[in-house]
Write a protein that binds this ligand. Structure first.
Ligand code: HEC
Ligand code: HEC
Length: 375
């Protein structure tokens, strides 16, 4: 009898679970495909907060000298990257890393090429604004500047934030970043060429790419060492080198004046045996057609060269991941892989939903006058 009751409860649970499963199939419009790859789901967004974040993202008043905005480096028509090997920086310095795309960035588990921020986009936004070589802005000054603009006062209020504050600026910008989701690639539309389809099979199979480039964004959100060579510009150009040294001193990189490489994830994990030196976060493979050159330092120019790099077993590094080894792919297989990588890009996100068209400085006369004098 007890047995029968258990049996019948079991049956009810089964029927219930089957129902939930069927319902799940109906509700979930974009299910992951059987191999774990599928379209990236768009996060839920608060439209008013995102619109405010969008204006802030394109506003140069968020930088110390009111000359650069987030969009100076994260350019919408370039997949929210900048097309440069190494990024620009705040006037008077120069960058030492390649600007990554911001499309799908809201779904990462850790940010920056070394993964040094593992909390949330609020912290990434703070660092981007206050870092001396990035936007060099004091948060209190920023807050007061933003309050000078009546349009902001209204937008903050309407978004439910009350008076403009640095805390809400750090919330509104991530809300905007959540609107940047990959859309319309041949891969998602099921319109891949035959070559790209064969490339996808190689990607998951013989070429071994999917062990790190996994999931809908094609990244495991983990750091690995593939042996990408260092970019000599960082040691040749004083403006870049001093930025890297300042960063290194801040992050506690040992013996920084003698370090001749970007140590990568070591700044986060500080392993005593140095086995984390030269590890970089696996990047997303979406929107690659918009974001050349590639890797944390722009050292590889084209997708064809990226595939050659992997086919040759990556670069030279004592810490190189054991999965990175010569692949022996034929010329045709290599070109199939390139075709597959190309199928993961959609149209640039340059519509009104994403880009702020208004000429922003117009509402803040003192800065408008000052910028006019400078130009
Ligand atoms: C001067 C150029 C520049 C400006 C201005 C800039 N960024 Fe960046 N951004 C970069 C570079 C370079 C990196 C990679 C840095 C690293 O790995 O150390 C980056 C990384 C990021 C990332 C992490 C992406 C990832 O996949 O890990 C986010 C998010 C981001 N920036 C958002 C912003 C926001 C928001 C602003 C404005 C408040 C901004 N950035 C301003 C150049 C810039
Ligand atoms: C061991 C993990 C691993 C494997 C296996 C792997 N990758 Fe990567 N991939 C990475 C990491 C880490 C980076 C970033 C390296 C850097 O920035 O220096 C990267 C970078 C890339 C980039 C550059 C993206 C950008 O925006 O800069 C492409 C393209 C790429 N990989 C394609 C592939 C292909 C194709 C394969 C298979 C032949 C493959 N990867 C195998 C970890 C891996």
């Amino acid at each position: 009898m007890i047995n029968r009751r258990i049996h019948s409860i079991g049956k009810q649970i089964f029927v219930f679970a089957a129902g939930v499963f069927a319902l799940g199939l109906i509700i979930n419009a974009t299910p992951a495909s059987a191999d774990g790859f599928g379209p990236v789901k768009a996060p839920k967004v608060n439209a008013k907060k995102a619109a405010l974040g969008k204006r802030l993202f394109f506003d140069p008043r968020l930088s110390g000298d009111a000359a650069i905005s987030c969009s100076t480096c994260h350019i919408p028509s370039k997949g929210f990257a900048d097309g440069l090997e190494l990024s620009k920086a705040y006037p008077g310095s120069d960058g030492f890393r390649n600007t990554p795309t911001l499309i799908n960035t809201a779904q990462r588990a850790a940010w920056f090429h070394d993964g040094r921020i593992g909390t949330n986009l609020n912290d990434v936004t703070r660092e981007s604004i206050t870092e001396t070589y990035n936007m060099n802005m004091d948060m209190r000054l920023m807050q007061e500047r933003v309050k000078q603009d009546p349009i902001y006062v209204k937008m903050f209020k309407e978004a439910g934030y009350g008076e403009p504050s640095n805390g809400s600026i750090r919330k509104a910008i991530p809300e905007y970043l959540k609107t940047l989701t990959s859309r319309g690639s041949a891969f998602d539309a099921g319109k891949m060429s035959d070559a790209a389809k064969r490339g996808f099979e190689l990607f998951k199979g013989k070429a071994g790419c999917a062990s790190c480039h996994s999931g809908n964004r094609f990244t495991d959100d983990q750091p690995h060492n593939t042996g990408v060579p260092n970019n000599p510009e960082i040691w040749k150009k004083p403006l870049r080198h001093m930025t890297y040294v300042a960063f290194g001193l801040f992050m506690g990189i040992e013996n920084i004046m003698n370090v001749r490489r970007d140590v990568g994830a070591h700044v986060r994990t500080h392993k005593a045996d140095g086995s984390d030196i030269g590890k970089f976060m696996t990047p997303t493979l979406r929107e690659l057609n918009q974001t050349a050159p590639y890797m944390h330092n722009g050292m590889i120019k084209t997708l064809k060269q990226v595939v050659e790099f992997y086919n040759n077993g990556g670069g030279n590094d004592v810490n190189k991941d054991s999965r990175i080894k010569p692949l022996g792919l034929s010329k045709e297989e290599r070109s199939n892989l390139v075709a597959f990588l190309g199928s993961l890009s959609g149209k640039p996100l340059t519509g009104a939903q994403h880009v702020w068209k208004e000429k922003i400085n117009v509402n803040y006369q003192p800065i408008k006058d000052w910028l006019k004098q400078r130009n």
